[in-house]
Design a protein. Structure first.
Length: 274
């Protein structure tokens, strides 16, 4: 993607803004406006946003990207589970992985993800949705969108009356449980995944309802945040966070299409941020 860069300098960080006019227009759109604009060419049923937040590694001076860990053994709708209690305990102690701490989360069947989540009808714009989800999950405040990264699509089937993409709190990541259906990757598309958990029940027995194919689109961006003093795992979706260098991005358990986004984000940070 060819983009023209302009440069601003804050402190010791030179930040190149690489958004084109068309990309800025997309960021200013609401969920309904964007889904309507792509209906004729690349339609989607639900819209999500993911972000790459960066910091410079103190040892290597190379960029690292923020990742959040979602356990596979509990969901926000099941707070009484033992793993949910363990998550609450780790959050109380500010569980964060250091550069040499591999921890145990990678072995519990969960996945690492970028901060982000569902774009709601109540969000005035896609950029507002990105800022909201970053603050809800990490406490960080997005001050600027620096660049657009590759998007990700997921195709799944859902019992139509059983959930809607504005229900269930509206926060779950598009890749809520990548292992649940053994998804198959085709480029940037993850196939054969179930509908996001936590949707609103709207009728009786879902087994009697036909399944509908639903396509979910996640737009991904590189962003700048204001400080990191308030950084912590927040909300009920995640239990740990890590600043991942390029080597760690390869080692951690990420869905492959999100790994590709993280790689692209790190390359962007090395060229345009630090």
């Amino acid at each position: 993607m060819a983009m023209t860069a302009t440069t601003t300098t804050t402190g010791t960080t030179s930040t190149k803004t690489t958004l084109s006019h068309a990309q800025k227009t997309v960021l200013a759109m609401s969920r309904a406006q964007y889904l309507s604009s792509i209906r004729a060419t690349r339609p989607a049923d639900a819209l999500y946003v993911g972000v790459c937040v960066f910091r410079r590694d103190a040892h290597s001076s190379r960029p690292s990207v923020l990742l959040l860990h979602r356990p596979a053994t509990a969901t926000p709708s099941n707070p009484s589970s033992s793993s949910a209690a363990a998550r609450r305990g780790r959050r109380r102690h500010g569980r964060q992985r250091g550069s040499g701490d591999e921890g145990t989360a990678a072995d519990d069947g969960g996945w690492w993800e970028l901060p982000g989540g569902r774009v709601r009808d109540s969000d005035c714009s896609i950029s507002e949705a990105a800022a909201r989800r970053v603050e809800e999950t990490t406490g960080l405040r997005v001050t600027r969108v620096l660049g657009a990264l590759r998007d990700v699509r997921r195709v799944g089937e859902a019992r139509v009356p059983d959930w809607d993409d504005e229900g269930g709190g509206g926060g779950s990541n598009m890749l809520d449980d990548p292992a649940a259906a053994g998804g198959v990757l085709e480029g940037d598309v993850l196939g054969s995944l179930p509908a996001p958990r936590g949707g609103n029940a709207r009728s009786g027995n879902s087994k009697n309802q036909p399944a509908a194919r639903r396509e979910h689109l996640q737009l991904n961006y590189a962003v700048l945040v204001q400080g990191r003093e308030g950084l912590a795992v927040r909300g009920g979706d995640y239990d740990e966070l890590v600043w991942a260098s390029s080597g760690r991005v390869e080692a951690l358990r990420l869905p492959e299409q999100l790994r590709a986004v993280a790689r692209q984000g790190l390359a962007f940070a090395g060229e345009c941020v630090f």
